[in-house]
Design a protein around this ligand. Structure first.
Ligand code: PEP
Ligand code: MN
Length: 503
């Protein structure tokens, strides 16, 4: 009948799988697949598939009239959860009949839906013209630069932009009625995707309310059943991890005071080894990007696959209207380096209700993946962080006032990719020019040394700067920018020339 059906693998497919893997043309396959393909290989692979199916990947047998003729999968990227990688193989006698195109169409549809992905990538050899066609027909775009000299990366983006995660709930779980009433009210707000509630509270001073502990976990589990919302709470010790897993909490976060301590982070990573609960890592209270990244590395090394960042602002020496200074450039750099989803905890950044709206809007404008907002059925009576918590009603208002920017919709991202490419080219030219300028500056240094002339000629420098600011002004450039750039360049030149003098 020539109808391609993708079906899930089962352990009874072992013999057919071995036959397929030994028969398939290996010219363009990744060398991950062993040859000859043995029973052990098949056992391992079918076991892996049954553990990961629907969570970390979609794996299907390609069948024609009930016979397996190939294999296809989309596997979730272990660092960027919203990204999946496509791979497929098809027996040679079934090539050039449109089967691969049909297979890729079907698997992409399933993977976008079931894994909630933003994009699917595929690495393909440049000479593999047939596969490139298949991907093009399925709406994949090709990156201008390849993965290696002979491998290109193709990308297909989800047509529905990924939704924004909204994590709401009280700072602390205080009582059974408080958490259940809050959860029920939040469940009425369609944008809310997750219920938060602190069980163990890190307090600045002793004798303050430190959370309800295990009782709170029982109530949080009830609130989840009542509202249907998945739950998240903070853990700070391996004992907390054990209890959180025992009471079916769906995700956990590591608090800002814990992330500063590598010993604690390592203990938590060890305690989470072998589990598959998502872990959200708050920024450390101190503005220390490397320390934050280090925490991610500890969990990655422990095999934790679902990781996300929570930006909650930083302790800072400057006076500011915020409880914790946002320093937006730090979370942006973190996501640039790690590619993890980013949640903005506007409540702990602001510390008060008034700033929540502009701060949440700013986060969305900077393309955050989600917001964490503290909500309490009766905020003024809250046992912790009363000033920053809002009612579910106020949250509803707030969410309806926010403009959710198209984050990763296909065409926007495509246009941006082109503009970014242009920026990269310009930056490259700037660097070349800078290198040339430094070279000339070094030659001047040599000359000054031989002729005993001082490095800094203040009058000349002042004149150059004034001229540049004027020229910049004519070009529409801000005087602050021009002087900052040229001061940095001048300083580097002076250092280079002094170095030459000393040699
Ligand atoms: C909290 O989320 O209630 C909390 C204690 O946060 P942080 O670790 O960011 O201070
Ligand atoms: Mn709080």
């Amino acid at each position: 009948m020539n109808i391609i059906v993708l079906r899930k693998w089962s352990f009874t497919d072992k013999a057919e799988l071995i036959a397929l893997c030994n028969a398939v043309d290996r010219t363009y396959l990744s060398d991950r697949m062993p040859f000859p393909y043995t029973e052990d290989d098949a056992d391992w692979w079918l076991g892996m598939v049954s553990l990961n199916e629907g969570k970390h990947g979609i794996f299907r047998a390609i069948t024609l009239d009930g016979k397996i003729i190939g294999s296809v999968s989309v596997e979730r990227n272990s660092v960027n959860r919203k990204e999946g990688e496509l791979g497929y193989m098809l027996l040679t006698e079934h090539w050039s009949k449109g089967f691969a195109t049909e297979t890729v169409a079907q698997i992409c549809e399933i993977a976008f839906r079931e894994l909630d992905l933003d994009k699917i990538t595929a690495n393909v050899y440049e000479r593999n013209i047939a596969s490139i066609r298949v991907l093009e027909k399925n709406g994949f775009d090709f990156d201008s630069h390849g993965v290696t000299a002979d491998i290109k990366q193709a990308v297909k983006r989800s047509e529905t932009p990924a939704s924004t995660t909204i994590i709401a709930g009280p700072c602390s779980v205080e009582s059974e009625t408080q958490i259940i009433a809050t959860a029920q009210a939040l469940a009425q707000i369609p944008e809310v995707t997750m219920l938060r509630g602190g069980i163990w509270k890190p307090r600045t001073r002793p004798d303050a309310f430190e959370g309800r502990g295990e009782d709170g976990l029982i109530w949080l589990r009830e609130a989840k059943q009542e509202s249907g919302l998945p739950t998240i709470t903070e853990v700070a010790t391996p004992a907390h991890v054990e209890l959180v897993l025992k009471y079916d909490v769906d995700a956990l976060w590591i608090g800002a005071r814990t992330v500063v301590n590598p010993f604690s982070v390592q203990q938590l990573a060890d305690a989470l080894q072998g589990t598959d609960i998502p872990v959200f890592i708050k920024n450390p209270v101190s503005p220390d990007l490397r320390l934050w990244i280090g925490a991610f590395e500890r969990f990655q090394k422990a095999g934790v696959k679902q990781l996300a960042a929570i930006h909650r602002g930083f302790s800072y020496y400057k006076e500011s209207p915020y409880r914790n200074y946002p320093l937006w450039e730090i979370p942006i750099e973190l996501t640039r380096q790690l590619g993890v989803p980013l949640i903005t905890d506007v409540s702990h950044i602001c510390g008060n209700r008034e700033l929540l709206l502009p701060t949440a809007q700013k986060a969305l404008d900077l393309a955050t993946d989600g917001l964490m907002i503290e909500c309490h059925i009766n905020p003024d009576e809250a046992l912790t962080d009363a000033r920053q918590q809002i009612t579910p009603e106020a949250l509803k208002q707030l969410l309806s006032s926010l403009i959710f920017r198209a984050k990763k919709s296909g065409s926007v991202e495509h246009d941006l990719a082109e503009l970014r490419g242009e920026i990269d080219d310009i930056d490259g030219e700037l660097l070349q020019l800078l290198a040339r300028r430094m070279e000339v500056s070094a030659q001047i240094g040599e000359y000054k040394k031989q002729n005993n002339v001082a490095v800094v000629q203040m009058d000349r420098w002042k004149k150059i700067l004034a001229d540049h600011i004027e020229t910049g002004h004519d070009l529409g450039l801000d005087a602050g920018l021009v002087s900052a750039v040229f001061e940095a360049i001048h300083q580097a030149s002076v250092e280079r020339q002094s170095h030459i003098m000393e040699e």
